[in-house]
Ligand binder design. Structure first.
Ligand code: AKB
Length: 339
């Protein structure tokens, strides 16, 4: 029996999945299979060929997908984010590391069975960095991919290790076997900054203070911000994040000089975000109730990233700078949403 070629999206009901499914179904001819423990919103569910409800840790389920479909593109989005992972480090390791290992092995087996490399897109994070203190963060400025790779969160450790696992599968898998088995997984990772979506609200992350502030203001809810006003990390509008994943997936393999790429768009402080939000929603009730422990995580993340490799190798160019992101995407869409 001929298997059908498809794209597989894990963690599809999360924030990135939302935009990715919409974009993929509009522009890509492959059928979409999703795998998530949570059901998709009904409107999104209509855009996919099959919605599999289940866990990436369920090997039997992955076997069934392997038997039925010819997967040649994977977006492995399933993960527990940084704040959530600090409360449940064992669960984080299971989902973020063991889950990724299962998916890499699944992609390897797919590649071996249909004879073409499986392009494997992995959203890593600025959490893979760990700056030891604020003076170092100030001095470091725009960090390169290989600098400060000493994360201080479970999530960051998980992401950094999975970047290495992906590189291992792509370049060195079973290197002592008589035949060459590496290269069946074409692993490509993006270190995402905090993503801000106008249509979904994040949960379990530490960069969440920014999207939470905007969504709370639009709903007329008071927002006690858990980050200090001078907190500065990189952010990006969700449509640019989704476009970046699709662009990297489509990039010719020979153009890629690395397996992991930084991407950035803007990096306002919490106070600068507050000022923009207040301009749009003058009655916003924003105060600061700093959570010293979560702040410690934010302080360990870089203030900005150097994304010249992504710009050079696969033409990454964000469409939304800070002003455009707020004026043309976030504020109008969010206003509409809570009308
Ligand atoms: C988080 O805050 O955990 C995520 C991330 C920066 O990866 N949004």
């Amino acid at each position: 029996m001929l298997r059908t070629p498809v794209v597989l999206i894990t963690g599809a009901s999360g924030e990135i999945g939302h935009g990715l499914i919409t974009s993929l179904s509009a522009h890509n001819h492959r059928r979409i299979i999703t795998l998530d423990v949570k059901a998709l919103e009904p409107d999104l569910g209509k855009l996919v060929h099959q919605e599999v409800i289940g866990s990436i840790l369920d090997v039997a389920l992955l076997e069934r997908i392997l038997a039925e479909y010819e997967v040649d593109l994977v977006f492995h989005l399933a993960a527990l984010l940084s704040t959530r992972s600090e409360f449940t480090p064992m669960a984080a390791h299971q989902v973020n590391v063991e889950g990724t290992l299962h998916l890499l092995e699944f992609a390897q087996r797919q590649g071996e069975s249909h004879g073409r490399p499986v392009v494997f897109l992995y959203p890593s994070s600025i959490a893979a960095y760990g700056l030891p203190d604020l003076p170092t963060k100030d001095r470091a400025g725009r960090v390169l991919e290989d600098d400060y790779n000493t994360p201080s969160t479970m999530y960051g450790c998980n992401k950094l290790y999975c970047e290495h696992l992906g590189r291992y599968y792509a370049r060195h898998y079973k290197r002592l076997a008589p035949e060459t088995l590496a290269g069946k997984v074409d692993f490509r990772a993006i270190r995402f900054p905090g993503l801000i979506s106008a249509v979904t609200v994040p949960s379990g992350g530490t960069s969440d203070f920014a999207p939470e502030m905007i969504h709370a203001a639009a709903q007329g809810k008071a927002f006690p911000c858990f980050a200090r006003p001078d907190t500065r990390i990189p952010f990006m509008a969700m449509p640019d994040g989704v476009t970046a994943l699709l662009q990297l997936a489509a990039a010719p393999h020979e153009n890629l000089t690395r397996t992991v790429y930084n991407i950035g768009a803007f990096n306002p402080s919490a106070a600068e975000i507050e000022a923009i939000v207040r301009k749009a929603f003058p009655f916003a009730e924003i105060s600061y109730q700093v959570d010293v422990k979560r702040q410690g995580i934010l302080d360990s993340w870089p203030a900005d990233v150097d994304d010249s490799a992504a710009r050079h190798d696969w033409g990454f160019t964000p469409q939304y700078d800070l002003d455009r992101a707020f004026d043309e995407y976030l504020i109008p869409t969010i206003r509409q949403r809570y009308r």
